[in-house]
Design a protein around this ligand. Structure first.
Ligand code: GLC
Length: 721
């Protein structure tokens, strides 16, 4: 449609039809009731005309449902306005790749793009028009269950990977039915909730919001994301979906966002619960005033928006602007000409879990894994005659993590399957030993596990957190391994010291006690469909671990919230772990530093860094400075290394972090190979938000280093003039 045709379509709509375009229903309520609304969710909305007027649905399962929903709606809608079909495709649709926090540990934007591109193909065939992805909430508190859903604690990684997802998912032309529109979320600062609890309020200075929490959303919008989802939380007292500063001033005016804003699930209705709206009608008014276009499920707009317009509480112009944004998105997606778009049952069958997609998922799982400790026991010999495979994750398929599609876990390759594929002659003694359930004290299975450990040459101890113990609504007050797993580890390792721990978890765990007893620890996060194959290849050395932590692993929950890019304070602790001077920023009962720092990760080979050089000693605005560092593979195994560049602004008008990641590159080196890795530094990378919330750079001395957080090496300085 042309813009003029779209405008005349808008003008042809009745008030109820306009409101309908801003209503999103849960498709499930149609599908399970053969497209008639009769179930409990139907009571939320008067069923008689919903199918006729609604503008979009979320959460359907496949191409046939997508087609049925669209055909049923178009048959009922006299204006023939196609539905928008939206779905959460967070880390794969049917072929599940690792959770986003894991992919962040790959430090490889191109790998993130490859995974997103795979998900795009499967989503388009499923009939998805909009995915509620990427989620780029900066998270620095592992108590929050949704930390699994973002890439990192570092906004630079969230920005670069989020933008990579948008570009890979939307492609060059959204009119192409193979491409899917992105909804960036959750705007804003959802990961900074009080006490690490989901949905909790967030109180942040504008300066820190702009410095740490807003950049990644902006990066995704700069990459072209067509929708934004405000977050459930209140931000400085006002819930995001009604927060005019956030939604009007920053998003629409400062950033010039002209796309669609869709609330989170019933977030409009929850304005009443927050205590900022008198009732549902008041909530609808507040959300409209803040520029929220679509009310996701529940019924504030459906029941009250038409009356608000009739009463003049909401202007028809505001309503028209919102409706036109929705119609424009449908038009850009080509829905008026092709309402079924990419939905294709045959394509689904061909793409889902196909070898090419499995290869991507497996490679992503391998490159997202982080080798935390290895006293030399890894890689395991493939000639091992008998291995014990012990723990709650020893043979489960629940290795895909929260926000995978319902039932995706049933496709997952288990550890035994992966090991047997590589070492078919190795006998496996498999014992669960105990559960991973929070609060479980049953240790009756440990005795059998110990016996298996004793009888084996080596032990693979598969521990972690249950899939459903991270994700939405899954905050924890403790970060230790749940249940009796630590006791299981202690007794198994005592019985057989040749033990490797493999972890499957969605949040950064506090591994202090485990680290003391485990000879080796491989962090796999939730690796997805190819979990068992990836884990086996890493354990036997067919793949060389190359992940680096994109989130700090704390020693204890008491250190949270924690980030590597901390301020120096006026009284920094004298030494990394000394208790020497009590009147300093320290704890009486634990060191300050995390157990494992941001950017840390081991390999089966040895990468040596040397001669970091700058091509000049000064930098001026508009200029650029080239940093070069030599990285050599001095070991016997080929491998990849994420080379990191950190900066410190030694003096500024506001306190600046002691270390800040400003760039990273991944290189592959064969044994004995050396690479000269170069980075370009320009003035925009020196900018920060000053006390008056101006985005500035200031002259002075800057330090550049490589290595990883808290372990910076080869530092050189330059003057910014
Ligand atoms: C959920 C989540 C959001 C998701 C939406 C639709 O509550 O907060 O991330 O996209 O509802 O499923």
């Amino acid at each position: 449609m042309t813009k003029e045709q779209l405008q005349s379509l808008l003008e042809s709509l009745t008030l109820e039809e306009k409101v309908g375009q801003l209503v999103q229903c849960n498709a499930g309520q149609f599908i399970k009731n053969q497209m008639e609304i009769t179930g409990p969710e139907g009571e939320m909305l008067p069923a008689e005309d919903l199918n006729r007027v609604m503008g979009s649905v979320l959460t359907f399962e496949d191409a046939s449902q997508a087609k049925a929903l669209q055909e049923k709606h178009l048959a009922a809608d006299p204006k023939k306005i196609p539905l928008l079909l939206m779905l959460d495709v967070i880390h794969g649709l049917r072929t599940t790749y690792p959770i986003p926090l894991a992919i962040g540990c790959s430090f490889d934007d191109s790998l993130m793009a490859e995974c997103a591109d795979m998900a795009r193909k499967e989503s388009a065939a499923c009939g998805v028009h909009v995915t509620f992805n990427p989620m780029v909430d900066t998270a620095r508190d592992g108590r929050w269950g949704r930390i699994m859903e973002t890439n990192s604690e570092e906004p630079l990684i969230n920005s670069r990977m989020g933008a990579a997802v948008v570009r890979a998912t939307q492609g060059e032309d959204l009119g192409n039915p193979e491409n899917v529109a992105c909804c960036v979320k959750h705007y804003a600062a959802y990961g900074a909730g009080e006490a690490g609890r989901d949905y909790n309020g967030v109180e942040l200075s504008e300066r820190i919001l702009r410095e740490t929490y807003l950049p990644a959303y902006k990066a995704c919008l700069d990459a072209g994301a067509r929708l934004v989802m405000p977050s459930f939380n209140s931000l400085n007292g006002v819930p995001s979906v009604a927060n005019k500063w956030l939604m009007n001033k920053v998003l629409r005016e400062e950033w010039g966002f002209g796309g669609v804003v869709i609330s989170d699930y019933d977030a409009v209705g929850e304005l009443v619960t927050h205590g900022v709206a008198e009732d549902l009608k008041d909530a609808a008014r507040l959300a409209m005033e803040a520029g929220c276009d679509i009310d996701m499920v529940k019924n504030a707009y459906y029941l009250h928006l038409a009356d608000l317009v009739r009463e003049g509480a909401v202007s028809e112009e505001a309503l028209d602007r919102a409706v036109f944004r929705v119609l424009s998105l449908k038009n850009e997606l080509g829905l008026f000409e092709n309402p079924l778009r990419g939905a294709d049952e045959e394509k689904e069958k061909a793409l889902y879990l196909c070898p090419a997609h499995r290869e991507i998922a497996r490679r992503a799982a391998e490159e997202s894994a982080v080798l935390l400790k290895n006293d030399g026991i890894l890689p395991l010999p493939r000639t091992a005659r008998r291995l014990a495979l012990i723990g709650p994750f020893a043979e489960t398929q629940h290795l895909v993590g929260f926000w995978s599609r319902p039932g995706a876990w049933k496709d997952a390759v288990t550890l035994p399957e992966g090991i047997r594929a590589l070492a078919p002659d190795t006998e496996l003694l498999i014992e669960t030993g105990c559960s991973a359930a929070i609060g479980d004290t049953d240790e009756s299975g440990i005795m059998k596990a110990v016996a298996a450990a004793r009888a084996a040459e080596a032990v693979i101890l598969a521990l972690g957190e249950k899939e459903d113990d991270s994700g939405e609504g899954r905050s924890r007050a403790e970060l230790t391994l749940p249940g009796m797993q630590l006791e299981l580890a202690r007794r198994v390792i005592e019985a057989n010291p040749h033990t490797v721990v493999v972890l499957f978890n969605g949040r950064p765990l506090a591994l202090t006690k485990l680290e003391k007893i485990a000879p080796a620890i491989l962090e796999m996060w939730y690796p997805g469909t190819e979990a068992g194959n990836a884990a086996a290849r890493l354990l036997f050395g067919e793949a060389n671990p190359c992940g680096k932590l994109s989130v700090s692993l704390p020693r204890s929950v008491g250190q949270l919230p924690m980030s590597y890019s901390r301020m120096n304070t006026g009284r920094p602790k004298p030494g990394p772990d000394s208790q020497a001077f009590p009147f300093s920023s320290c704890y009486l009962d634990t060191p300050n530093l995390p157990l494992y720092s941001f950017g840390y990760g081991l390999s089966y080979t040895d990468f040596a860094y040397s001669s970091l050089t700058l091509d000049r000693e000064t930098l001026e605005k508009g200029g650029s400075l080239t940093v070069t560092v030599t990285v050599a593979n001095r070991g016997q195994a080929a491998g990849k290394e994420a080379v990191q560049l950190y900066m410190r602004d030694l003096k500024a008008s506001v306190v600046r972090p002691v270390q800040q990641l400003i760039d990273y590159k991944k290189v592959f080196l064969a044994p004995g190979e050396t690479a000269r890795v170069t980075f370009t530094v320009t003035e925009p990378q020196l900018r920060f938000w000053n006390f008056d919330c101006e985005f500035v750079s200031e002259p002075g001395t800057f330090a550049l280093s490589t290595g990883f957080a808290d372990h910076l090496i080869l530092t050189k300085t330059f003057e910014f003039l």
